[in-house]
Ligand binder design. Structure first.
Ligand code: NAD
Length: 247
């Protein structure tokens, strides 16, 4: 579904991002995965190359909210392949802080990674995509970006912002042939979820109509579809992949 395409996936070292990198590789794409440091990026790239030595996969670890570092990283992608077809803005952190004790620096930190990085990476990608006549930008939102959550308000605030960027950039970039969509996962079995206290998680899981949490691969499948030509008339959408979970 992605033969000959070049993709960048942020937060590609594990969880939903890693599953998406793998799906893209299985479907013929060349991928640069972006992570938070040299070691985790190296491990993820080595793991994928060990699975299939034919996979075209590399890694970089720019500070994602620093526009200059991001521009350099995307320059490396262009230097290697001459183009960029798909960007997945997936890197993100969660929050559980109560509003009564939430430290302003922690609120700023989550906005930096979950929102500013979507802006910086989308800007760098859009510049390349416009020049080549089109592309696809995809964002990882969350069901918390539709319903809010009862603690850690910075997280839903950041994901509502991701939805706003998705819908606005879809309108701004459509004429340049660039589609912009988001996927809003529900409860997915990753390290991020492993950090959520059982007392908070159990009532949410009990309300999942499909009766189970989701797998990273099930989110990756949605990204594959939206990245592909099968989704050629879909832009500005926020696709829930949540088993119909009620926030
Ligand atoms: P995860 O913690 O397993 O993975 C997070 C990824 O982000 C990792 O690759 C990590 O290296 C990267 N990352 C973290 N800090 C970074 C930084 N400062 N710079 C660069 N990369 C950084 O979590 P996950 O569940 O796979 O989350 C991926 C995305 O999915 C996030 O945006 C998250 O908000 C979203 N999401 C997850 C769930 C869930 O239930 N797991 C639900 C809804 C949305």
């Amino acid at each position: 579904m992605l033969d000959g395409k070049v993709a960048v996936v942020t937060g590609g070292t594990r969880g939903i991002g890693f599953a998406t990198v793998k799906r893209f590789l299985e479907n013929g794409a060349s991928v640069f995965l972006l992570g938070s440091g040299e070691e985790s990026v190296g491990v993820a790239v080595a793991k994928l190359r060990a699975e299939d030595p034919g996979y075209q996969v590399d890694g970089l670890w720019p500070n994602l909210s620093d526009a200059a570092e991001v521009a350099r990283a995307f320059g490396t992608v262009r230097g290697r392949y001459g183009r960029l077809d798909v960007l997945v803005n997936n890197a993100g952190i969660a929050a559980m802080d109560s509003i009564y004790s939430y430290r302003p620096e922690d609120f700023a930190r989550i906005m930096d990674l979950n929102v500013t990085s979507v802006f910086t990476c989308s800007q760098a990608a859009a510049r390349l995509m416009k020049e080549q006549g089109g592309g696809v930008i995809l964002n990882t939102s969350s069901m918390a970006g539709l319903y809010g959550q009862s603690t850690g308000c910075g997280y839903p605030a950041s994901k509502f912002a991701v939805n706003g960027l998705t819908k606005s950039l879809a309108r701004e970039l459509g004429r340049d042939g660039i589609r912009v969509n988001a996927v809003a996962p529900g409860v997915i079995d990753t390290e991020m979820m492993a950090g959520v206290p059982e007392t908070l998680l159990a009532p949410v899981v009990a309300r999942i109509p499909l009766g189970r949490v989701g797998r990273p691969e099930e989110v990756a499948n949605a990204f594959l579809f939206l990245a592909s030509g099968m989704a050629s008339y879909i832009t500005g959408a926020v696709l829930s992949v949540d088993g119909a979970t009620i926030g």
